[in-house]
Ligand binder design. Structure first.
Ligand code: CA
Ligand code: CA
Length: 561
């Protein structure tokens, strides 16, 4: 039997950041940095990419646009299916998604989130910015949450607003931002959304017994099979598609399901599937030797047999909960076909963050800088999208909004940090020389971290049960951990770092660092930071320092590449 405390530590460790001391990161910038072309030529090419979508330059990107989107075509529809906490390996349990999207389009094999947590990632998706520019570093105020996004006026300019203002009909079904809405205004609809179906009360994460704000009207869903959340969001979306097809309006459908987030409730019809499934036993599962790792990992004992049993059980529920999403994909495609929209619609599939299941001795959760948490799938199908192509350039959640803006023919605001991905799936894709060479990774807000050693538990108004449950707190509630959070728990200290084609390099506020040579060590088993040439560490550190302060143009133009 696993002790409450042990399990509690595991949950808390992966779910909460803490406010620790800011470690000093000092190293001088090295001009040789990436070893790639470091010339004005590359800079120019990158500037070109950055500005191509604004339509004020001609060249490669513009010609690619012309090829992929003939100007005589009507503006394309865009559907975004956003799962919650889905990890790359979960796709193996989604055969319809593979047949209908992956095999018919382009998949991005190195697509990362900047911060592996729900609200920060979703804010980055909506605005095309890293967390230091959305200023959403967590799921709860004061670091983040819906309230901060709303009160800091970040909502005034999201991709929904851009597309709406350009004549698109925009619709969101499912999860918006953690902490939405305020209890003073359950009917609030953020700017830019023409249609809105998002939970405001009850147990949306549990998929039953919740209330949706449906365009300003509160509608309760109970515990009948047809109240199952994923199915409800599916019906809202297919109905929206049918109506838009009749009206002849281009549409943007943001379909944000809760699967496979904890508690990973499957639809009743899927409850008995995958009876023998086990969490992937990757080489880093229950990592044998963690002497190379930072203290918060090093201090974890090996997972017990009982903990591994729980991990496998949770994995089965996650896969079961994804079956309704897989069916939803089929229904979306069928609806697009019967309404004549399939040839003019882009479908994107992704996740807001990855998930670990026993990797590096971590029980269940996210937030760490490892591949299982930071890498998520991005699958795209649509007009002009190469079939069966895999793109391995570094891409991420800040690239979605500019991509959709370009597809819609909308000017991308200069402050957007990400790139449009459109050139990457075109017949003549960009070379790696003209693309980014590093993606910023982080947990929390390391540069503003205070001297207090522990992250505060969410304010009581967030856990009073009357609002959409913020996900992490809900996980704790279900696990029976609310009300008595132990001190001194396993925490992921805030960090900044980068993912390049070759390396993951991380600097924690504790002063600890991690460096993995991904070509030789894709499972991140050997932290090499003390064993490589210090010049390499200096170079990577300088790149972290640059990217963590970047904004707009500078994020798209890292010098020295
Ligand atoms: Ca999530
Ligand atoms: Ca190791």
């Amino acid at each position: 039997m696993v002790s409450w405390e042990r399990t509690g530590k595991r949950f808390l460790g992966v779910l909460f950041l803490s406010f620790l001391f800011l470690g000093g990161c000092s190293s001088s910038r090295d001009k040789s940095m990436s070893g790639k072309k470091g010339s004005a030529e590359t800079f120019e090419a990158r500037a070109h990419v950055a500005q191509g979508a604004q339509g004020n330059r001609e060249g490669v990107k513009e010609s690619l646009r012309a090829e992929s989107m003939p100007s005589s075509s009507p503006r394309p529809n865009i559907i975004f299916v956003l799962t919650d906490d889905l990890a790359v390996w979960d796709l193996e349990a989604m055969p319809k998604l593979k047949a209908l999207i992956t095999d018919q389009g382009t998949s991005f094999s190195n697509f990362f989130v900047n911060l592996s947590q729900c609200c920060p990632s979703r804010a980055s998706i909506l605005r095309g910015q890293y967390a230091h520019n959305t200023e959403i570093y967590g799921n709860y105020p004061p670091e983040g949450g819906f309230q901060k996004f709303h009160s800091s006026a970040k909502e005034i300019s999201t991709v929904a607003v851009w597309l709406h203002d350009a004549g698109y009909r925009t619709m969101l079904a499912g999860k918006y931002l953690n902490g939405y809405p305020t209890k003073h205004d359950l009917r609030f609809i953020p700017p830019g959304w023409d249609e809105w179906y998002s939970p405001v009360k009850g147990d949306a994460y549990g998929q039953f017994n919740y209330t949706l704000n449906e365009n300003g009207t509160l509608v309760h869903y109970g515990h009948r099979p047809k109240d199952y959340g994923t199915d409800v969001y599916r019906v809202k979306s297919t109905d929206f598609i049918r109506r838009m097809a009749k009206e002849g309006k281009p549409f943007f459908c943001y379909l944000s399901v809760y699967a496979p987030h904890t508690p990973a409730t499957p639809a009743p019809r899927h409850m008995n599937l995958f009876p023998d499934a086990r969490a992937p036993r990757t080489p880093n599962f229950n990592e044998e030797d963690v002497s190379d790792k930072p203290r918060h990992i090093r201090s974890q004992p090996l997972l017990s047999a009982e903990e591994i049993r729980k991990i496998d059980e949770h994995h089965r529920k996650r896969l079961q909960s994804l079956q309704a999403v897989d069916e939803m994909i089929e229904d979306l495609l069928e609806t697009l076909t019967t309404t004549g929209q399939i040839e003019n619609t882009y479908i994107f599939f992704s996740s807001d963050n990855g998930f670990h299941l026993g990797n590096h001795r971590q029980f269940l959760g996210k937030q760490s800088p490892y591949e299982e948490e930071m890498r998520v799938p991005l699958l795209v199908r649509g007009p002009g999208v190469a079939r069966g192509r895999q793109v391995d350039l570094l891409t991420g959640n800040i690239d979605l909004a500019p991509t959709w803006a370009e597809l819609a023919g909308v000017k991308i605001p200069d402050w957007v940090d990400g790139f449009s991905l459109v050139p990457l799936w075109s017949p003549r894709p960009l070379s790696s020389d003209s693309w980014r060479h590093a993606y910023l990774l982080q947990c929390g807000n390391p540069d503003e971290t205070g001297k207090d050693s522990h992250h505060p538990i969410a304010p009581t108004w967030l856990v009073d049960g009357t609002l959409e449950p913020p996900d992490d707190i809900e996980e704790l509630r279900r696990a029976g951990f609310l009300g008595d959070i132990p001190k001194g728990v396993f925490e992921v200290p805030p960090f900044y770092g980068i993912r390049t084609a070759e390396y993951t390099y991380i600097e924690y506020v504790t002063g600890e660092r991690e460096l993995y040579d991904l070509r030789r060590d894709p499972y991140q088993l050997e932290n090499k930071v003390e064993r490589v040439n210090p010049e390499l560490v200096d170079q990577l550190s300088a790149r972290v320092r640059f990217l963590k302060k970047c904004a707009g143009y500078t994020c798209r133009n890292e010098p020295g590449e």
